[in-house]
Design a protein around this ligand. Structure first.
Ligand SMILES: Cc1cc2nc3c(=O)[nH]c(=O)nc-3n(C[C@H](O)[C@H](O)[C@H](O)COP(=O)(O)O)c2cc1C
Length: 215
């Protein structure tokens, strides 16, 4: 039988982010709006203010989108503190096979924030999660382009935004907001596809992937 996805419950997504000054928080809510638009049930969680219910929400979600401000060319200390609190979950495989994606914001147009997205993707891989790329071509890369293009900063691994360090949280660039909205939409869509596939093909472990050395 061909599934169209409508017979599968809405994917559940959580957005786990850190924002010191509100810019990445604005992006987190844009990601959430895009995911909701694609039919997901979404929770937005600030990782520096988590309670037990928030941890339960992350554990139960089909997918988690990680977001961090770029500080010193990497995820913020608060985000890394959150990451380090997941060590037991990492060992236990609590988040194994969940969908993952990432977004970041920096003051500089580059600001070395690719490194932040790399850190987020490595974090997801350590949890054996399925990383979803941004899925957009680079904007603002020809004479016909402009800063108003979607994906204006030309990222592939996730969504990258740049906000003036003296801007308030409502002054995040509209293109970056739309780019994050797209990321949320895409992850919700991919998660729904995966959920439909999983309903047809149950999970299995690879018998050839034992950690014992082969003889
Ligand atoms: C400790 C610290 C380190 C920063 N490091 C960088 C950096 O490496 N690259 C950059 O472009 N901006 C850097 N910034 C600027 C922030 O990325 C920028 O202000 C961003 O909008 C903050 O996001 P937030 O409002 O979500 O915290 C840094 C800011 C702080 C406070």
């Amino acid at each position: 039988m061909k599934h169209n996805g409508s017979d599968i419950a809405a994917p559940t997504l959580a957005i786990a982010y850190h924002s010191g000054f509100g810019h990445t928080a604005t992006l987190a809510h844009a990601v959430a709006a895009g995911a909701s638009e694609a039919g997901a049930d979404v929770a937005v969680i600030a990782v520096d203010q988590m309670d037990d219910t928030d941890w339960d929400t992350l554990d139960a979600a089909d997918g988690i989108l990680f977001g961090s401000a770029t500080y010193m060319g990497n995820v913020s200390a608060a985000f890394q503190s959150f990451a380090e609190q997941t060590g037991r979950r990492c060992v236990d495989g609590t988040w194994r096979d969940k969908v993952a994606a990432g977004f970041t914001n920096s003051g500089g147009k580059s600001g070395d924030k690719l490194n932040t997205l790399v850190s987020l993707s490595v974090f997801a891989a350590q949890h054996h999660m399925h990383w979803v790329s941004l899925g957009l071509g680079p904007g603002w890369n020809s004479s016909a382009g402009s800063e108003h293009d979607l994906n204006r900063l030309g990222f592939f691994l996730g969504a990258g935004a740049a906000t003036d360090v003296d801007a308030n949280s409502e002054e995040v660039h509209p293109s970056d907001v739309r780019t994050c909205r797209h990321l949320g939409w895409r992850v919700a869509h991919v998660t729904r596809q995966l959920n439909v596939g999983r309903s047809a093909i149950p999970a299995a472990s690879n018998p050839g992937a034992s950690s014992a050395p082969a003889h």
